[in-house]
Design a protein around this ligand. Structure first.
Ligand code: FAD
Length: 341
């Protein structure tokens, strides 16, 4: 059980800036994200695209904004938990909450900020009859233990970076690898496509393009075969032990909908003084919240994070008055930031 002042759910730009604002007020934070990297939409959907409306930064990419935010929060040594979806949020008493991730991590916290954006990014599932029977056993949406595929017949479905990175990495140790892609052009990095072509030329990979997997064969949770339909051709049966599906990630509100909050379609209603939800002690900032006039912009989320931090400080330390202090001149802020005044 990790004990902390605040758990921030979501490490998109608003969640990261929330850590900064809480840190300035002397509060300890743990931040959790389903994705394996921080940055939310910025790194998942547009890492190389330029953003022009971050105050005082004329232009930065999604990746650059994330790196700058990570640098900015460094002094506060927040606990970072990536690849972990927050599944349970429970009130212990008036002061404390219990937060649990799907991977089994537990937190005891005095406040929660939901910065879940458009939801938790989940792998897009394959729509083939009975696919769910094999999921997690011989049908995989992520690779946890690459060694389990050594000496096996593997199929990789998809044409993006994840699909080709894993195809290239797993093919040399596999008995054989079949790559199935619905187009004949790839979204993956050209260098990885070249490596895949070299493995194809060596006979380590068989490639089906303009193709899709239309059926699985197997017994229990073990896949033994897959039918591949190439456009304008007869279906082909391929022997496989494991199928790896990389159709990209799509956001889903997911478990947040089950935490008893006042939900407005896919957003959480908050007030505009504290950005508190219908549950005292649980706050929401960034794209996930809703209030009259809400705009889903990063700079609006930054403002919300600042006000939520003040509200949380007042909640946790009700006897102390929380004064606004300038980072320029405040010795206590300099100490928290680890800088010379
Ligand atoms: P997100 O960035 O969505 O991050 C939320 C995070 O929460 C995700 O990483 C998700 O995995 C995680 N999460 C959700 N649920 C859970 C859970 N249960 N457990 C653990 N983690 C969870 N905005 C601008 O201001 N300027 C722009 O120029 C701009 N350009 C854009 C271009 C594109 C193509 C897109 C798609 C968006 C753009 N935006 C822009 C919008 C901007 O990216 C969003 O406003 C911003 O990302 C919202 O930040 P956030 O931190 O609220 O949420």
């Amino acid at each position: 059980m990790i004990k902390t002042d605040v758990v921030v759910v979501g490490a998109g730009p608003c969640g990261l800036f929330q850590v900064f604002e809480l840190g300035l007020l002397g509060l300890k934070t743990e931040i959790i994200d389903t994705l394996r990297q921080p940055g939310g939409q910025c790194t998942e959907l547009y890492p190389d695209k330029p953003i022009y409306d971050i105050p005082a930064i004329p232009m930065c990419t999604g990746d650059e904004l994330t790196e700058a935010l990570l640098k900015q929060i460094e002094p506060f040594s927040a606990g970072m938990h990536y690849g972990e979806e927050v599944s349970v949020v429970e009130r212990i008493d008036d002061e404390l909450f219990r937060v649990e991730t799907a991977g089994g991590k537990e937190f005891e916290t005095r406040a929660i900020v939901i910065a879940g954006g458009v939801g938790s990014f989940q792998p897009r599932p394959i729509r083939v009859t009975d696919a769910e029977n094999y999921a997690g056993k011989t049908l995989h949406y992520r690779v946890k233990i690459p060694q389990q595929f050594a000496g096996k017949k593997i199929a990789v479905l998809g044409g993006g970076d994840s699909a080709l990175d894993w195809a290239v990495e797993l093919a040399p140790a596999a008995e054989h690898l079949t790559l199935v892609h619905r187009r004949d052009e790839y979204r993956a990095a050209p260098a990885t496509v070249d490596k895949m072509r070299a493995l194809e030329a060596d006979g380590a990979i068989t490639v089906f393009e303009k193709a899709k997997a239309t059926a699985f064969d197997g017994s229990g949770d073990a896949i033994t075969g897959m039918t591949v339909q190439v456009t304008d051709s007869e279906p082909v049966d391929v022997e496989v032990d494991h199928v790896l599906v990389f159709f990209g990630l799509a956001p889903k509100l997911g478990p947040i909908a089950e935490w008893g909050l006042d939900i407005n379609r896919k957003t959480i209603n908050v007030d505009t003084e504290k950005f508190e939800t219908s549950e005292p002690g649980i706050y929401a900032v960034g794209d996930i919240n809703f209030y009259p006039g809400k705009k889903k912009l990063i700079l609006c989320g930054f403002h919300e994070a600042a006000l939520a931090a003040f509200a949380i400080k007042s909640r946790i330390e009700p006897d102390k008055k929380v004064h606004v202090q300038y980072t320029t001149t405040s010795p206590i802020m300099h100490e928290r930031l680890g800088v010379e005044g």
